[in-house]
Design a protein around this ligand. Structure first.
Ligand code: A3P
Length: 300
């Protein structure tokens, strides 16, 4: 098992992050690390991969609606977080993400926020399909900041100024945005990875949903595609109790602080970043993402 280090403990909150190979993860996931690493993927698994706050829930609902041929009732069978287990999830004594996945009939759709280098090796060995969604770093930071404010099992983010430093230094759950996006991008030509951008889905959902459909080997008619576009809009998913996390206890997600389905927009970073922060961020981005040709859209 990798060396673990406690990073943060906040009074009154179970917010400890530990590390695996330098990547901060929830302590319970680190405790469960050997089970996670020895996870047995199946060749027909589809793995949804994201850095946190990049549209995971959104792409899950899209994938599920495609799998269910647009049948909304079937998508209502379970809460979104239970439909596609997060493989590194652990909160004893509840069944871990690995245990939930093991109990699923094939073909399975699973989910992870792990950086590529920490993925259980069996996913690569079995040539599974991976669906990666990346979101521009600035909006991702804003979304993560508000999520850490309302999430009672993640560290308190402090002030926006403090969080800005925490985020750019990668001292947040699942590590550095830069390394995560770069790591998965670099894998994309060697494995079956469909690499999508949050902003593209926002701008032209039907086009991106069609890409996902083809990648999943499905063929749905126009009317079904239009229905999926409608049902996976921000407004619909915000109202939908199966996707808006409204059933999660306040002791875990306090939506009176900030809703889980918060804004769902591109460019909210402009309401948070100072001019100086923006300049500094752009400079860091240039250095860290050198040679990575992803053209992130920063506003729509
Ligand atoms: P904001 O905090 O910017 O609103 P994740 O599911 O990875 O935790 O990502 C959550 C982010 O995706 C939140 O961003 C949330 O509002 C946004 N989101 C979820 N569903 C969406 C949808 N249907 N359309 C647009 N954004 C969506």
């Amino acid at each position: 098992m990798a060396l673990t280090t406690a990073l943060t403990t906040a009074v009154g909150k179970q917010t400890q992050l530990s590390e695996v190979a330098g990547i901060p993860l929830q302590a319970a996931a680190v405790d469960n690390w050997s089970q996670i690493q020895s996870f047995e993927a199946q060749p027909d698994d589809l793995l949804i991969c994201t850095y946190p706050k990049s549209g995971t829930t959104w792409i899950q609902e899209i994938v599920d609606m495609i799998e269910q041929n647009g049948d909304m009732e079937k998508c209502q069978r379970a809460l979104i977080q239970h439909r596609h287990p997060l493989i590194e999830w652990a909160r004893p004594p509840l069944p871990s993400g690995v245990e939930q996945a093991k109990a699923m009939p094939p073909p399975r759709t699973l989910r992870t926020h792990l950086p590529a280098q920490l993925l259980p090796p069996s996913f690569w060995e079995n040539s599974c399909k991976f669906l990666y969604v990346a979101r521009n770093a600035k909006d991702c930071m804003v979304s993560y900041y508000h999520f850490q404010r309302m999430n009672q099992v993640l560290p308190d983010p402090g002030t926006w100024e403090e969080y800005f430093e925490t985020f750019i230094s990668g001292k947040v759950g699942w590590g550095s945005w830069f390394d995560h996006v770069k790591g998965w991008w670099e894998m994309k030509d060697r494995y079956q990875i469909l690499f999508l951008l949050f902003e593209d889905i926002k701008r032209d959902p039907k086009h991106e949903i069609q890409k996902v459909m083809r990648f999943m080997g499905k063929n749905l008619d126009e009317a079904v595609l239009d229905k999926i576009v409608q049902e996976t809009s921000f407004e619909k998913m915000k109202e939908n109790p199966m996707t808006n996390r409204s059933t999660v206890p306040k002791s875990i997600l306090d939506q009176s602080i900030s809703p889980f389905m918060r804004k769902g927009t591109v460019g909210d970073w402009k309401n948070h970043f100072t001019v100086a922060q923006n300049e500094r961020f752009d400079e860091i981005y240039r250095k860290k993402m050198e040679g990575i040709s992803i053209n992130f859209c920063m506003e729509l």
